[in-house]
Design a protein around this ligand. Structure first.
Ligand SMILES: Cc1cc2nc3c(=O)[nH]c(=O)nc-3n(C[C@H](O)[C@H](O)[C@H](O)COP(=O)(O)OP(=O)(O)OC[C@H]3O[C@@H](n4cnc5c(N)ncnc54)[C@H](O)[C@@H]3O)c2cc1C
Length: 536
């Protein structure tokens, strides 16, 4: 099984490439106050061999009965210790792993999953389901004195069945984004789910964390796509019926969606799929300011004009996007300069907001008219093309700046349209103030990337000089506190894990917590499933 780099994001052989983006490093140096020498790595990750792990705990009666192979080598244990949150990476790069899983198994069938869970329940062994390992909410952290087994689902990756007339596909939970989408495309279909982490995340993980992809405006969030599922719990299986809709009391399917491995292991999902779009286009528009962009996006939503992707950057995020610009041929550069000169005469470039819009149908004419009405200038397809080209490379930049002694992370929420700008202003202020309080130059950017009739998501990117957890946590806490105090949610799509757990009661009320605890107690009385996540 090929793993992501244990110390960071993505393929082990791939590094973030600055060479074709001349404006990017000066922009980062100015905003994150790092050493101008981009070649100088001041904070490299520790060597894998130097990470010290306690010897694996052995539950002998369990090991005597289990038939599945269990891997205990150093690299496997390190790779399965954490997800990819900033907190995870900060610790693993320093070799700080207090508790690694004691073993890793790779089940190949639902029966094998059920057998392992039955034995784990019998012998009190903890199970942590593992998809792609890409979560950023502390969903995989091992805790406690019992033997802990990480259950890596990636060998269960088959597309089991496609029902063309009904447009549904039955899929094993360990299927990873690119391979799954390829199989569906070969059958003339798409799932329409493309999170930024698409290349290294699994469908089971998406469903377990209630993920959102960049074309959610057209295809919905992952929970909108699940028709039915199968969840293996320590005490038996939950199986829901594959029907379009039903009135069958409390929706058990939705109790399993978002359960982050604390109730059981999702072994199979049946998903709504869609015909492959005949054409995909992505355009860029420049608005005079973020507020006019928000007004335009809102008008599109209320009028039912729904592009497949809407990504509206605030001025700081717009400046970051411009800094990503790659070297271009002379004539393109010249044309770009002329357009910029023309726009600079009309717009204040410190306030402009870049909107990237994906079209898969006939919405372009109507959307274009609405954007123009709100003062936008259409930049054509060039910004869209470069976004599409680099969209899965962007996450590599976090490792690059961490190597050079900087903090870079994201926090996201959603709220109603009536509260969108107030929450944006307040949270941005709270994040910036938290940075100033810890003595850092504040950098905070934001974009909107998922819209609904009732509201939208707000996705904050922040960064500053620093390598210590306390400094980072002060900023992260300020962001989450601000979301909760000002009408947002603790997370729109990253989930809870243990990192967002402190805000759970505020989010769902204390009776809501009581309901969750009862559910957990009923399905997993010994608490063997991914303990310490969602519920304290
Ligand atoms: C750079 C980057 C970009 C990201 N972009 C996005 C984005 O655009 N949209 C988005 O929604 N998220 C995004 N994420 C977060 C992350 O990719 C999602 O949370 C994703 O859904 C996790 O899937 P995974 O397969 O990697 O799950 P993992 O990280 O392996 O697991 C996540 C949780 O789900 C549980 N789980 C996994 N598989 C199963 C299963 N079969 N049964 C039961 N429980 C299971 C695990 O126990 C754990 O609690 C991003 C993360 C990074 C690092």
């Amino acid at each position: 099984m090929k793993h992501m780099k244990w110390w960071g994001w993505g393929d082990e052989d791939k590094e973030f490439d600055l060479s074709d983006k001349p404006a990017l490093w000066p922009y980062i140096v100015e905003n994150l106050e790092v050493d101008p020498d981009a070649a100088k790595i001041s904070h490299p990750p520790i060597c894998l061999e130097n990470i010290r792990l306690d010897p694996p705990k052995r539950n002998e009666p369990f090991l005597a009965e289990i038939k599945s192979k269990i891997y205990t080598d150093h690299r496997e244990r390190v790779v399965h210790s954490y997800g990819k949150s900033f907190r995870d990476l900060l610790r693993i790069r320093k070799g700080q792993i207090d508790r690694a899983p004691d073993g890793i198994c790779y089940p190949e069938s639902e029966q094998e999953v059920c057998d392992i869970l039955r034995l784990a329940h019998k012998h009190n062994v903890v199970i942590i389901p593992f998809g792609g390992g890409s979560n950023i909410a502390g969903c995989l952290e091992a805790k406690g004195d019992r033997m802990i087994l990480s259950m890596d689902m990636r060998r269960m990756d088959r597309l089991l069945e496609v029902d063309h007339p009904s447009m549904i596909a039955r899929i094993e939970a360990g299927a990873m984004g690119p391979a799954l989408e390829k199989k569906l495309n070969d059958a003339g279909m798409t799932l329409g789910h493309f999170p930024d982490s698409f290349e290294y995340s699994s469908i089971g993980g998406w469903v377990a964390t209630r993920s959102a992809g960049m074309t959610s405006d057209k295809y919905g969030k992952i929970e909108d796509m699940v028709i039915s599922l199968r969840l293996a719990t320590p005490q038996g299986q939950i199986v829901t019926r594959t029907v379009p809709k039903s009135s069958n009391g409390i929706d058990v399917r939705h109790l399993c969606i978002g359960s982050e491995g604390i109730l059981g292991v999702i072994t199979e999902v049946t998903m709504q799929v869609h015909p492959l779009p005949a054409k995909k286009e992505c355009y860029g528009y420049l608005f005079p300011d973020f507020e006019s962009g928000v007004a335009a996006v809102y008008e599109c939503v209320t009028k039912g004009v729904a592009p497949s992707m809407t990504r509206l950057n605030d001025p700081t995020k717009t400046a970051l996007s411009f800094a990503f610009k790659t070297k271009e041929p002379f004539f393109v550069q010249l044309l770009g300069k002329l357009v910029k000169q023309y726009l600079k005469a009309k717009m204040d470039f410190t306030k402009v907001a870049l909107l990237l819009v994906g079209y898969e149908g006939n919405q372009k004419k109507e959307a274009h008219a609405i954007y123009k009405k709100h003062g936008a200038f259409c930049l054509g397809q060039r910004p869209g093309r470069s976004f599409q080209k680099g969209k899965y490379d962007f996450p590599y930049i976090r490792d690059f700046v961490m190597d050079r002694g900087a903090i870079a992370d994201v926090s996201e929420t959603s709220t109603l349209w009536s509260n969108l700008l107030p929450l944006y202003y307040k949270s941005q202020k709270a994040i910036r103030e938290a940075m100033i309080k810890v003595g850092a130059k504040p950098y905070c950017a934001c974009h909107i990337s998922h819209t609904y009739r009732t509201g939208a998501s707000l996705y904050f990117t922040f960064g500053c000089k620093g390598t210590d957890l306390e400094r980072y946590l002060a900023i992260k806490h300020a962001a989450e506190d601000s979301f909760m105090q000002n009408g947002g949610t603790l997370s729109h799509h990253h989930g809870v894990g243990y990192e967002h757990m402190p805000w759970m009661e505020q989010e769902i009320s204390s009776m809501g917590m009581t309901a969750l605890k009862a559910l957990k107690q009923g399905l997993d009385p010994q608490g063997i499933m991914n303990p310490g996540k969602i519920i304290p």
